[in-house]
Design a protein around this ligand. Structure first.
Ligand SMILES: [Zn+2]
Length: 612
């Protein structure tokens, strides 16, 4: 008995399921799903088979061939982070059908009432399964080491429609008696006004890429393999279609750099503002926050990132979350290469500069726990959501960029293509990458201190700040702020959100509150439509003790649920010693909590608890 992954109960001596067939009945009134999961093993197995679950009710386990019950054990209580192991006792069986229901506390699911949607007319539900949340939708081996294909049959109330990170198998149709098996009685399944939708994913995915959404969703084609979907009416769909019109150019740029696009479709789903991330790289159907729609095509960077995952991440996944940099570091590198092709070198250098700043700030955040500044940290017993940071992204990027500088871009490009072709549809660890690197770039270990990069804390001395004309100009303008100088109109005339973000982040701390107010009076940064700019400004204002912006902070925290904004704003409010700000943070959270995804709720709770 040994764990395969510190974040899963999966036993390394047990076979891994290769296919899961799901039947899911959506009950919007109860905010639950009744369902069954039919797991197929590669061969007949005798003995225990352990599955991950959290916040699930287990009704029965059945041998699908004989219809006989499969004995199982299920502890009475569960770990709040890792959940509860469901242990089935198989006897020469190669499949098991588990009948279950989700509960309103299933953390992967956010159920929105009609009032919480843009249409105000219909409810909405969507998933976010990374890192370890799919176990709160159905029992499975919830480790990225266990890839599976799946099929799913969803039963919804009309007129709602579903989308999945999978291919649609048939057009929406009426329910058929008996097809739900033990998952759901026919009286519910075939009730008037219900519709059935079916999807398949025939490429093996890690569990965290399982995804669906259901609601009043409309769609529009924006490219030969890209359709934008959104809840929120025609105006939002128009804006999204304009913002993402360049998707096909990006896919082609990605193919030229990294090899064929293996997933067929590259569709996009714009979610309600509560979506906790900027984007989630669900294969065939990327999930996006509406905050990426800025009206100036700058949201393309998030799309470039999620697209890059189609190669680095979704094709080659980290085996466990301790090797998360293999997923995000490679994707950050690949994203910047795509941005360089479609938006130019200067834009890519700006992204790198923002990332460099972010990486340095994480060193400050983790100064009392440097383990989390390692590329390959020890995460035993640690909730991955709790230590989510820029380290795997930006330190991973820096490591790959360092290798590129050492061997030259043409050789590194060739290496990347070979790496992707060699390990596609696999889940690997850091050691596998290093072995492959040393085998393909002989002597690299004598030129770069690979061990320091992978095992060391902090930022290695051979990491590098980007060099670019715009970037240096912004940094020097920011440095002049402490001399009382605010940039002149002509100096910022062609700045977009990223330039402002970089400028704000580089302002020397501490900043004088009255000077910040003067800056804002001229450029209205606190009211920017670009949340990156607005939040960077508000964070700085709060941590500089400037109380003029509490109203704007409250408005922002109630408008969006993206953790990239919640985390710095709540942290800035509770970080100091001022009781007024702490009380404000607690009041806003109490009022906004229901609008946040359960993952974001947990993250804010832990920020408030650390500074109570
Ligand atoms: Zn990513």
């Amino acid at each position: 008995m040994a764990r395969l992954d510190p974040h899963s109960y999966t036993d390394s001596s047990h076979p891994l399921a290769t296919h899961v067939a799901l039947t899911l009945y959506f009950d919007f009134a109860a905010r639950t799903i009744q369902g069954s999961a039919l797991l197929t093993l590669p061969a007949a197995h005798t003995g225990p088979l352990i599955l991950d679950t959290r916040s699930l009710v287990i009704h029965s386990a059945v041998d699908p061939l004989s219809g006989k019950p499969i004995p199982f054990s299920f502890p009475a209580s569960e770990d709040p982070i890792f959940g509860r192991p469901l242990s089935l006792s198989l006897s020469a069986q190669s499949a098991a059908l588990v009948v279950f229901s989700t509960t309103p506390s299933s953390s992967a699911l956010q159920w929105l009432s009609p009032a919480q949607t843009a249409s105000k007319a219909h409810p909405f539900v969507y998933t976010q399964c990374q890192s370890i949340h799919v176990r709160s939708i159905f029992p499975c081996q919830d480790t990225p080491a266990a890839r599976f294909t799946f099929s799913a049959r969803l039963n919804l109330p009309r007129p709602l429609t579903a989308v999945m990170a999978a291919a649609r198998a048939v057009d929406p149709r009426d329910p058929t008696a008996g097809e739900a098996g033990p998952a759901c009685p026919d009286a519910l399944w075939c009730a008037p006004g219900r519709v059935v939708e079916e999807f398949v994913m025939d490429r093996p995915i890690p569990p965290y890429l399982f995804a669906f959404a259901a609601g009043d969703i409309a769609a529009r084609d924006v490219g030969p393999r890209t359709r934008v979907h959104a809840e929120g009416g025609a105006a939002l769909l128009d804006a999204a279609a304009r913002e993402f019109a360049g998707a096909e150019d990006m896919i082609r740029a990605g193919e030229a750099l990294f090899g064929p696009y293996e997933w067929g479709r590259f569709d996009l789903l714009v979610l309600p503002p509560s979506f906790p991330y900027g984007g989630m790289e669900n294969p065939m159907m990327v999930f996006l926050t509406p905050t990426v729609i800025k009206g100036d095509a700058s949201g393309a960077q998030v799309v470039a990132h999620e697209l890059a995952h189609s190669w680095t991440g979704n094709l080659i996944t980290n085996k466990t979350n301790e090797h998360f940099w293999l997923n995000e570091g490679f994707t950050t590198y690949a994203e910047r290469r795509i941005v360089e092709v479609v938006q130019g070198e200067e834009r890519a250098a700006l992204n790198t500069g923002i990332g460099w700043k972010g990486l340095n700030e994480e060193m400050e955040r983790f100064k009392d726990n440097m383990e989390f500044t390692k590329l390959k940290p020890n995460l035993d017993g640690i909730d991955p959501d709790d230590i989510y940071s820029q380290v795997p992204y930006e330190k991973g990027f820096q490591f790959l960029w360092r290798i590129e500088r050492q061997i030259g871009r043409p050789s590194f490009d060739e290496f990347l293509k070979k790496y992707i072709a060699t390990f596609k549809f696999q889940s690997i660890d850091t050691e596998t990458f290093l072995e492959f690197l040393k085998a393909n770039v002989p002597g690299i270990e004598n030129q770069i201190d690979l061990q320091l990069w992978v095992e060391g804390t902090g930022i290695p001395p051979d990491a590098m700040e980007p060099v670019s004309a715009i970037y240096s100009k912004i940094v020097s303008l920011a440095n002049e702020f402490k001399l009382g100088k605010i940039p002149k109109e002509d100096e910022v005339a062609d700045w977009s959100g990223q330039e402002w973000e970089l400028y704000i982040e580089n302002l020397p701390k501490p900043v004088d509150a009255s000077q910040l107010t003067a800056l804002d009076a001229r450029y209205r940064l606190s009211e920017s439509r670009d949340y990156e700019v607005k939040v960077a400004f508000l964070q700085l204002a709060v941590s500089s003790g400037c109380r003029d912006y509490h109203g704007e902070v409250e408005k922002t925290l109630k408008q969006v649920g993206r953790m990239k904004y919640l985390r710095p704003l709540y942290t800035a409010l509770v970080h100091g010693t001022a009781e007024e700000e702490k009380m404000l943070a607690r009041r806003i959270f109490a009022e906004a909590r229901d609008c946040y995804h359960p993952i974001a709720q947990g993250v804010v709770e832990s920020i408030l608890a650390k500074h109570s």
